[in-house]
Design a protein. Structure first.
Length: 226
């Protein structure tokens, strides 16, 4: 495993990556893949620095995805709670208004139907646009990515601690087994990010297509031209 120099290089690269990371609302963008110089196979310092940059790249990718889903979760949470709250409030009002007006000798059934229709509209909006479902997906993906990121960090730290005093000197290349183990952790984290993001996107596409078909079947949308 890498010695103190390799670990400090990893920390510096991770810090630089976090400082350079920018978050933009919209599509989730992956950070650029770091350059792997040819000298990494022969120069011990370059080898350690390259591994540090690869690890920082994978962590940056995971943290950027987590940040995106947590920010998106907040918006979906507000939208879901507003729609659910309005649905409950209008449903209660739609039931209470006719009863209240009837108690005073009036007729409020018309307004009751209107309020109940608005309550149903709030529920339908939430269902067809998947606001609450997206909120739950954001929470699930963010927690899964955080768990995977922490697991990889712990395994990397365990490798460093297990190496103990037998760390490779800075002037010598790392053992092939150590390089393979570090690269495997980088690949594992990067693959986990892509898997969770792709899976969530596929779920969103399936829900959107299902909602569109339901609206077309109910006459809410014109059928697509073939």
């Amino acid at each position: 495993m890498a010695g103190h120099e390799g670990r400090s290089g990893t920390a510096q690269a991770a810090t630089a990556a976090r400082q350079g990371r920018t978050w933009r609302r919209g599509d989730l963008e992956a950070p650029p893949f770091p350059e792997v110089p040819e000298a990494a196979a022969a120069d011990p310092a370059v080898q350690r620095e390259t591994l540090a940059r690869l690890r920082a790249w994978a962590e940056q990718d995971a943290e950027a995805a987590i940040d995106w889903y947590l920010r998106d979760k907040r918006l979906k949470r507000v939208g879901s709670r507003l729609l659910q709250g309005f649905a409950i409030a209008f449903a209660v009002a739609g039931t209470a208004v006719p009863l209240g007006t009837a108690a005073y000798g009036g007729s409020g059934q018309g307004w009751g139907y209107v309020l109940l229709a608005v309550a149903a509209g709030c529920k339908a909006f939430d269902h067809f646009f998947g606001v609450s479902a997206a909120w739950m997906r954001d929470i699930t993906v963010a927690h899964a990515l955080r768990t995977e990121l922490n697991a990889v960090r712990l395994e990397w730290a365990a490798d460093v601690l297990r190496a103990g005093p037998r760390t490779d000197p800075p002037g010598r290349l790392l053992e092939p087994a150590d390089v393979e183990r570090q690269l495997a952790l980088v690949h594992r984290l990067a693959a986990a990010v892509r898997s969770h993001v792709d899976g969530e996107t596929a779920e969103w596409q399936a829900e959107f297509s299902s909602s569109t078909r339901q609206l077309q079947g109910q006459g809410g949308l014109p059928a697509a031209e073939r």
